[in-house]
Design a protein around this ligand. Structure first.
Ligand code: OSB
Ligand code: MG
Length: 370
């Protein structure tokens, strides 16, 4: 297989509703869609970096720079037949994982199409449907949170994740738990607390949360281990886990009991599988996080969730949870809180080129001659 040309597009889509975390607020998403031409096939990928460097250090502008200047040129015109061979020419590029994840996704899509298999089959998936939850942003008014929970639980989603932060935590969770005593509920702090907040975090123990995601610093696994011994609620790590080695070290230290695996954060599906495998060897459950991916990136998330270690519902919801109109056909649908793994070769959903074109803010074609 040889990639002859790569089209990069910055694509902006309005969201169904604005989404706030302890670190950012958004009513649209701007991601990079990557389309590559190889051996008569066309593969797609998505770099789902947020617009601002508040979740991690990347933005869509840094992803654009990496893809246009380094990652794209490194792979164009090179022969490869495995994902390891595809990645080798850019192995010396440090981090920039959202950009790498988007490019690697293209290679997986191409490989799956060449083999005539859906992506999940290529990854070693063992389920034909995946369990789906929803992640809800911080709202100014509790009624808006209740309305969303009513809607999504009514649609069958299997668990609800609420964003929390200092001052928007114990009282919020208490009200939600009182109204929904049996709901599978968890909280995500996006690294908003410090060890000195242990008293507040311990108060959350009374609400039977399935887990609390990334309470402490984005780059920490030491303090999380100190916190975990103080809490009954399992800690789930998100921002702190960038590689499978990070996962191994965190589990050795006892920094958490669950890991959220994001394809973007770890630099692609191949590293995501490694994180899954490290956790599975130790009997540690994982689930797939999301970055409000458009249909291309979410198709990759769906494929990942078919692996056997994905025992909790993920933040991989239907297209209509995120976007007025997604860029794939048909839209990704969750029915009774489950998304069926597709049977078509490759990513399994078809990018709608007219809709993508209409939402494109910047375009560049990379070829060997450039
Ligand atoms: O921390 O998991 C997170 C969205 C943007 C940035 C960080 C996070 C999130 C989500 C949304 O929680 C997950 C999704 O539904 O895609
Ligand atoms: Mg998170």
């Amino acid at each position: 297989m040889k990639i002859e040309r790569i089209d990069l597009r910055i694509v902006k889509l309005p969201m169904i509703r604005s989404f706030a975390t302890s670190s950012s607020q958004k009513n649209s998403q701007t991601h990079i869609l990557i389309k590559a031409y190889a051996d008569g096939l066309v593969g797609w990928g998505e770099a789902a970096s947020p617009a601002d460097p508040f979740y991690c250090e990347e933005t869509y502008e840094t992803c654009w720079h990496l893809l246009e200047r380094f990652l794209g040129p490194a792979v164009i015109g090179r022969e490869w037949s495995t994902i390891a061979e595809f990645k080798a020419p850019y192995a010396k590029v440090k981090r920039n994982n959202f950009a790498k994840a988007g490019l690697e996704m293209v290679a997986w899509d191409l490989l799956a199409q060449a083999e005539g298999k859906p992506l999940h089959a290529l990854l070693g998936g063992t389920r034909d449907e995946i369990l789906s939850g929803v992640s809800l942003g911080i709202e100014a008014d509790i009624q808006r949170t209740f309305d969303q929970i009513d809607q999504y639980v009514g649609e069958g989603y299997r668990r609800v994740k609420l964003k929390i932060g200092p001052g928007k935590d114990v009282a919020l969770i208490a009200q939600v738990r009182e109204r929904y005593p049996d709901l599978a509920l968890m909280a995500d702090a996006n690294s908003a607390y410090r060890l000195s907040d242990i008293p507040v975090l311990k108060e959350l123990d009374q609400f039977g949360l399935t887990m609390i995601e990334q309470p402490l610093a984005h780059d920490d696994i030491i303090d999380h281990a100190r916190l975990q011994v103080e809490l009954e609620t399992p800690i789930c790590l998100d921002e702190s886990i960038i590689t499978a080695e990070d996962a191994r070290k965190a589990l050795d230290l006892g920094s958490g009991r669950v890991i959220n695996i994001k394809v973007s954060r770890v630099g692609g599906l191949s590293e995501a599988i490694k994180v899954h495998d490290v956790c599975r060897e130790r009997g540690v459950p994982v689930w797939a996080g999301g970055m409000h991916e458009m249909g291309v990136g979410r198709a990759a998330n769906v494929a990942l969730c078919t692996l056997p270690g994905f025992s909790f519902p993920g933040d991989v919801s239907g297209s209509d949870k995120y976007y007025v109109e997604d860029i794939v056909d048909p839209p990704i649908r969750a029915t009774s809180g489950a998304i069926a793994a597709p049977t078509a070769p490759g990513l399994g959903w078809t990018p709608n080129e007219a809709r993508i074109e209409a939402a494109t803010e910047r375009f560049a074609a990379l070829t060997a001659e450039r």
